[in-house]
Ligand binder design. Structure first.
Ligand code: ACO
Length: 422
């Protein structure tokens, strides 16, 4: 059987055969056969926007691999910075490479003093942390004007290091500003995740030591969030990057896309949903409202996974380890019951809706002491290497500017009436 598809234009009888390559078909022959007839796919449900070697997700089988490595093995064996190196360079680092990479990142973590004084201080006290992050990442663009030279791979790499290094500093500074406590500078002696925890929670000059179980759990969460193929935020970053905007602006766009409750904002939405449900005995009533279309079960469902999200399984296990240190999150029982009821209910079974990465992550973050407004920012820290790996890969491939077509459904040409006649 030929590995191809044939398309026939029934108006003309002309036909074209398109080979199936790596599970896709090239749109070129389609557009040559049917000029001006666009493929209608507004949410890109069946459109591949990239040839990518970064991450493989199979939603039916329920697996996720970064550069070929199963997420379960990476979660078990590797730190977040090892995974970041893997995503950016394509290979896991050896001992020397990891040491060099950690040093590079640690040395780039500081942000300019003006940044705290002039930019962060300008936000309202109740500014949402995600909005602050989106704006401050974009503001970094003005501190590094040389980043506009996106054609030079060495220059791109310098910005990649800076962005991975500075995201925790920006995030922790946004938090400190919101609670009115003095900023804590990055400490190059600490590892990436411990340094972030120190910048977040260190009480003034007193030495800070993170609980190793919590540090390890947060590092694991960063690993699990580090990439996920052409998701909404990565696509947003790529679209902006395809115009050759600098990487700070592309990552800021990715952060903005992440913020919505359908995407990375779901971890915050899950917590708010659990708080609103309020008690274990209200779960059935909430599920009824979801089935009636009045509510949405946040943290459930995924465009790609039609099977249990492998990240959710790992996070659920990690949650129990964290709760041994922090005490059980009182919302956990409700979350477990929601999952149990949903997984046994035809509405969710028929639609193949399972818990996603955001269902349990918020419970962990909350137990660690992060305010709800920081949850999506934590996701953004983890996803930054993924965004940058895709941005770099796209520029390496010398891609064209992203520019979809539209199917015009508005009025035909008409004359502008005089204002008195409108
Ligand atoms: N609760 C209730 N019903 C749902 C849910 C949900 N969470 N998710 C999907 N459905 C229903 C839809 O209403 C639809 O039902 P219908 O066929 O009767 O119309 C059916 O399941 C198919 O869903 P789609 O809307 O086609 O799914 P889509 O791929 O467009 O959306 C999304 C995926 C946005 C993730 C959706 O499942 C959702 O809103 N989930 C809740 C928010 C969430 O947890 N987002 C995080 C995703 S993971 C991430 O981005 C990191």
């Amino acid at each position: 059987m030929p590995e191809s598809v044939s398309i026939t234009d029934n108006r003309t009888g002309k036909s074209t055969e398109i080979p199936i390559t790596d599970g896709g078909v090239d749109s070129g022959p389609w557009s040559r056969l049917l000029p001006g007839i666009w493929f209608s796919d507004p949410s890109f449900g069946t459109t591949s926007g990239a040839d990518s070697a970064v991450t493989e997700v199979d939603g039916d089988k329920g697996y996720l691999r970064y550069r070929g490595y199963p997420i379960e093995q990476l979660a078990e064996e590797c730190s977040f910075l090892e995974v970041a190196y893997l995503l950016i360079t394509g290979e896991l680092p050896n001992g020397d490479q990891l040491e060099g990479w950690q040093t590079e990142i640690a040395e780039a973590a500081l942000i300019h003093e003006n940044f705290h004084k002039r930019i962060l201080e300008g936000f309202r006290d109740d500014a949402h942390a995600t909005g602050v992050l989106v704006s401050t990442v974009a503001a970094l663009s003005t501190f590094f004007p040389e980043s506009r030279d996106i054609q030079d791979p060495a220059n791109r790499r310098r910005q990649i290091v800076r962005l991975i290094a500075k995201m925790p500093t920006l995030a922790a500074s946004a938090y400190r500003r919101s609670v009115g406590t003095p900023y804590v500078l990055p400490d190059p002696e600490l590892d990436y995740t411990e340094n972030f925890l120190s910048m977040m929670f260190r009480p003034g000059e007193v030495a800070f030591e993170a609980d190793p179980v919590l540090r390890q759990a947060l590092d694991l969460l960063f690993v699990l969030h580090a990439d996920h193929g052409q998701n909404c935020s990565t696509t947003a970053g790529r679209v902006v990057g395809s115009s050759h905007a600098d990487p700070y602006l592309a990552v800021s766009a990715a952060c903005a896309a992440l913020s919505g409750p359908r995407h990375g904002g779901a971890n915050e939405a899950v917590l708010r949903m659990l708080e609103e449900i309020g008690s274990y005995d209200k779960v059935d009533e909430f599920i009824r409202a979801v089935k009636a279309g009045e509510r949405r079960l946040m943290g459930f469902g995924h465009r790609v996974y039609k099977n249990y999200d492998p990240r959710a399984r790992i996070i659920k296990e990690a949650a129990h380890r964290v709760f041994e240190v922090t005490g059980k999150n009182p919302l956990l029982d409700m979350a477990l019951k929601l999952e149990e009821v949903a997984l046994a209910d035809d509405y969710f079974v028929d639609r193949r809706l399972y818990p996603n990465v955001d269902f349990y992550s918020g419970l962990i973050y909350q137990s660690m002491g992060f305010p709800v407004e920081m949850f999506t920012v934590l996701f953004a820290i983890g996803r930054t290497p993924g965004w940058l790996a895709h941005w770099d890969e796209m520029l390496e491939q010398n891609s064209r500017i992203a520019r979809p077509r539209q199917i015009y459904i508005g009025p035909a040409e008409r004359d502008v009436p005089l204002i008195a006649h409108r």
